[in-house]
Ligand binder design. Structure first.
Ligand code: HEM
Length: 353
């Protein structure tokens, strides 16, 4: 084994960088706080999505005629197909939850401040791309749920002032949903988004290694700031244990409840009530409060404002204060958004179907 490693090292010179990567010092206050595993868990969730996604591609048929039957086959006939699709299905929700919690952790710990702006900005893009994964994946089974939610979703994009019709046509590949739409969503879901996410994760982690973790915010953690443990095996073990817990949960959920598949998409049905995936419900609810001419407020103004303020945050909040309980504005804004999202999700879920 040693000779193999030596042979590779003589030709690549990789042993030095790999050793540096594994021995990277992690402060005790990070290693001892489970909130710092959320980023690693998001990464594990993403890798699980890649793995199960690759397996699904072997059996999935990206055609309007064959997509539904292939997903039905994977779920009910293919040995362990229920498991692979289940982990991919529930893993998507897990990723949305984990990435949101990880973002809240870095927000409340003010890890976006100088010099970690690029870490935060790549994170904002990653959040957006994780949601795009959910949106594009929803259509792929070509069942009623995915078809009608995508029809409404692309309709919303179409109502954007000035460029709306062009954006809708770009997404659909024509006026209506059909084979070109499915091909575009599939290509985006399995090629464009994974490539973009992988690239951003590399920059995200590289930035993290370059600057180290943001300084601690509590007095207790500050006492641990000068003690370090190596990344391997200490933090790797912590993340691996958390990752195994995640896998166990996803396997259990896939086993207890088959990933849903409704009736095949029927573009002529007039009675089907479109429902988005749960993490978009709050947005559908928000749209209800801005009917008719007010719609652009919900489709353009509010998303632009939120996305814009997330991008500008590290450049606006330049105060040296880092404790959330002494930062009423940033803490208040975050709590306001959390309450609104939970409330709107609840209202949207309990609205009559
Ligand atoms: C695919 C999505 C993402 C992955 C895989 C990922 C991964 C990670 C990992 C492994 C860490 C170090 C451990 C930790 O702090 O938990 C980290 C740190 C960080 N992440 Fe992310 N992240 C993602 C999305 C985001 C998002 C959405 C944001 C915010 C908008 C964000 C902002 C940050 C910041 C500012 C740090 C530095 C933390 C510090 O210095 O204390 N990340 N990320």
């Amino acid at each position: 084994m040693n000779r193999v490693v030596q042979w590779i090292d003589e030709r690549t010179g990789l042993s030095g960088p790999v050793r540096d990567f594994l021995n990277y010092p992690i402060p005790q206050y990070v290693h001892k706080n489970f909130l710092y595993t959320l980023g690693g868990l998001t990464l594990i969730a993403f890798l699980l999505q890649v793995l199960t996604g690759i397996l699904l591609v072997f059996y999935y048929d990206p055609s309007v005629e064959g997509a539904y039957n292939s997903v039905d086959y994977i779920t009910y006939v293919l040995p362990l197909g229920w498991l692979v699709r289940g982990v991919h299905h529930y893993g998507a929700s897990a990723m949305v939850i984990l990435v949101s919690l990880h973002m809240l952790r870095t927000y409340f710990f003010t890890a976006y401040k100088r010099p970690r702006e690029i870490n935060w900005l790549t994170g904002v893009l990653l959040l957006f791309l994780v949601l795009a994964f959910g949106f594009t994946g929803y259509l792929l089974p070509w069942d009623q749920k995915g078809y009608w939610a995508t029809k409404v979703g692309t309709e919303i994009a179409g109502s954007v002032p000035f460029f709306g019709p062009q954006i809708r046509a770009l997404m659909r590949g024509g006026q209506e949903l059909g084979q070109v739409t499915l091909t575009r969503f599939y290509a985006t879901h399995i090629m464009l988004l994974p490539a973009a996410v992988m690239l951003l994760i590399v920059v995200h982690i590289f930035q993290l290694r370059y600057h180290g973790m943001a300084p601690p915010i509590t007095e207790r953690a500050k006492k641990n700031a000068k003690t370090f443990v190596p990344f391997f095996p200490n933090w790797v073990i912590t993340d691996a244990i958390a990752g195994l817990g995640l896998v166990a949960l996803l396997v259990y959920m896939s086993w207890a409840n088959r990933a849903p598949l409704e009736f095949p998409a029927d573009p002529t049905s007039s009675s089907y009530i479109p429902r988005p995936e749960w993490y978009f419900v709050f947005y559908f609810q928000l749209l209800k409060y801005f009917p008719g001419q007010l719609e652009p407020i919900a489709t353009v103004a509010i998303p632009l404002f939120i996305f814009g303020s997330m991008i500008l945050l590290p450049f606006i909040d330049t105060s040296p204060e880092r404790q959330p309980w002494k930062k009423p504005v940033t803490t208040g804004v975050a709590i306001f958004y959390i309450v609104i999202i939970i409330l709107f999700t609840y209202l949207g879920m309990s609205a009559p179907a």
